[in-house]
Design a protein around this ligand. Sequence first.
Ligand SMILES: Nc1ncnc2c1ncn2[C@@H]1O[C@H](COP(=O)(O)OP(=O)(O)O)[C@@H](O)[C@H]1O
Ligand SMILES: [Mg+2]
Ligand SMILES: [Zn+2]
Length: 331
Amino acid sequence: MGFNSTIYKKALDRLHEKKLAAEKAADARRAEICEKIPRVRELEKGISSSGIRAARAVIGGGNAGEELEKLRRENLQMQSELRELLIQNGYSENVLEPDYACKKCGDTGYYDEGGRTLVCSCLKAALSECACEELNRHAPLSLSTFESFSLDFYPQTPDSSGIIPRQHIEKVFKYCKSYAANFTPDSNSILMIGATGLGKTHLSLAIANEVIRRGYSVIYVSAPALLQKVDAAKRFRIEDESVFDTLNDCDLLIIDDLGTEYHSQYNVSNMYNIINSRLLSNKPLIISTNLTISELDKTYTDRFVSRMTGSGQKLNFMGTDIRVLKKKINL
Ligand SMILES: Nc1ncnc2c1ncn2[C@@H]1O[C@H](COP(=O)(O)OP(=O)(O)O)[C@@H](O)[C@H]1O
Ligand SMILES: [Mg+2]
Ligand SMILES: [Zn+2]
């Protein structure tokens, strides 16, 4: 997976901070324990100096084998005395060691296996987290939540097709809430359709917030901003792979305002490719749009819409523009 150097640095810095914090905490524990039990300090000193004495014995020649064996025994004895002393005093036997967040790599991001250095899963997770943050930098994530979503804005009188918007949106709301609460990377996709100001963005951001809070990686991006990023990536090639990888790899991709982007052949085909690769790998995608199904069909080819709705859930939004309503009542 290719990430640019800024993202690499940010992810490694993040691990490094964890590493330093774990080591600082271990130092503080050691100081406190040595203060309380001075024998611990003596034993630690003895254990670390036995390595030096062993080296001296080897260099010094003579009967090094015997001397080394003696040192080894002494060392093991000191280690077991230290362990017992700690346990007797109510500590765990590795209380003096740093308690790294990742036991596999000690918060360095890399570990050795069979003579090869491998990238640890914690560094991969930090890279994907940083890449998502980078893409979400301008998203108004914190403002729209399920708690701030009110059903009061939706009419209680039936519309021309006999549907009562408030009842209908209540179902949509419950669906989205449960989708977010039960989200896994195998969840289905959602297509949100409806006119402007009916809460599509609000609910998709509410889902994003909840899914991020539950520890998944989410990218929320508007269609025009997404195309701009993809275009920049293609032009400068530097971030080429990382943008596409991140869009493909994140647990949930949310594309808002599909249809508001400029419909050049180039844009349509870029958008089609992004959506198509998510659909092909069965990864969840939330799209919201002001376009109707037939307009979507016309723009992105009918195969896309049928596949999008076929494998996912279509949610219709109805009612009166809430931006206008809020302005009227000065909210
Ligand atoms: N049900 C709701 N309760 C409270 N505020 C809402 C609700 N639906 C929309 N809003 C607010 O109204 C404005 C427009 O909604 P938005 O979600 O952007 O609409 P859409 O994406 O459908 O055009 C936003 O400020 C949003 O937070
Ligand atoms: Mg919107
Ligand atoms: Zn690790």
